[in-house]
Design a protein around this ligand. Structure first.
Ligand SMILES: Nc1ncnc2c1ncn2[C@@H]1O[C@H](COP(=O)(O)OP(=O)(O)OP(=O)(O)O)[C@@H](O)[C@H]1O
Length: 306
């Protein structure tokens, strides 16, 4: 289990992490999501004791990481797959890490096999693709057979088969009762992999929910004659709806079909299409993080303002 309590990290005037509290439970895959600059990497670094928190604490199995005996056997980490000695072979890279943690060569070979790297184990890492480096980083994280795994963007650079492999691996690790905490920008991938989500924006917690709960929130698709659009947006917003436009019409969150239909009928608006559907994780995520995105294209910012 990972417990983060009141965690704060300031860099000068910037609060990269601003009072975060959440728990990552064993036995499930927990996705860690947030827009660029939200504070995900900083949070992971604080959990791993690579940075000192301004306030609060992050514990693994009840202790700060530096107080764990033989941490390699307790926590496996994939942070930056490119941070390796490129002149070494995959096998000697893993053997060096294993030796430092008192782990034997047989486990190295088992992890190479698990990561699908046995055939290239003797090759220098310099010649590895990004995907092969990711696999090697995951193999390194598994060396100590740890109960807690932290993966920062693990499918970055993996091809379709690699993505499938990583997904199955994460789900298997969770099914074995381990704590799996994985950051990603790929919403569709998280939708297929995670059971639970921790979402942050500007260093603060936005959601800590089972994934099904986030995407169960319904959306309304609505089409009305073009000249009525402004009136309709105003009416729905006044009734508490969150209205956005896409190519095919309006998308409304926070109102059900009966409410919206009744409201528009009473206002004499002719509705040409009204349908309720589940939101994708991506839509739910964008609705959640919309206010807390630091970097976005100027056009999107203008649209969000209007
Ligand atoms: N060493 C540092 N010095 C100063 N500011 C920093 C430092 N590290 C991070 N920050 C700032 O803290 C904020 C959070 O950064 P962080 O890298 O944790 O976000 P992130 O969610 O991992 O982003 P991304 O998805 O882009 O990797 C950003 O505003 C960043 O500029």
């Amino acid at each position: 289990m990972i417990e983060v309590t009141g965690l704060v990290k300031r860099y000068g005037a910037v609060a990269a992490v601003d009072g975060l509290t959440f728990t990552v439970q064993p036995g499930r895959v927990t996705g860690f999501l947030g827009p660029n600059g939200a504070g995900k990497s900083t949070t992971l670094r604080l959990i791993l004791g690579l940075d000192r928190a301004t306030a609060g604490r992050a514990l693994i199995a009840g202790l700060p990481l530096r107080e764990l005996a033989r941490p390699i056997t307790r926590v496996g980490v994939l942070l930056d797959a490119s941070a390796v000695h490129a002149g070494r072979s995959a096998r000697s890279h893993l053997r060096a890490i294993a030796a430092a943690g008192g782990i034997g060569d047989r486990r190295v070979d088992a992890c190479l096999e698990l990561a699908g790297l046995s055939a290239v184990a003797g090759r220098r890492i310099r010649g590895f693709s990004l995907g092969m480096r990711q696999r090697l980083g995951i193999a390194a994280a598994l060396l100590g057979d740890p109960d807690v795994l932290l993966f920062d963007e693990p499918v970055n650079g993996l091809d379709a088969e690699g993505v499938q492999w990583a997904r199955t691996l994460m789900r298997d690790l969770a099914a074995q009762g381990r704590t799996v905490f994985v950051s990603s920008h790929l919403m569709a991938e998280m939708q297929n992999t995670a059971d639970h989500l921790v979402v942050i924006g500007r260093g603060r917690l936005l959601a800590d929910v089972p994934i099904g709960e986030l995407i169960a929130t319904g959306l309304l698709e609505l089409r009305v004659p073009e000249p009525d659009t402004g009136t309709v947006v105003g009416l729905l917003a006044e009734a508490g709806g969150d209205v956005a436009a896409d190519q095919s019409g309006l998308v409304v969150r926070g109102l059900d079909a009966d409410q919206a239909g009744e409201l528009l009928r009473a206002a004499g608006v002719r509705v040409t299409h009204l349908a309720q559907r589940r939101s994708s994780l991506e839509e739910a995520y964008l609705a959640l993080t919309g206010e807390s995105v630091d970097y976005r294209a100027p056009r999107a910012r203008e649209e969000a303002r209007s």
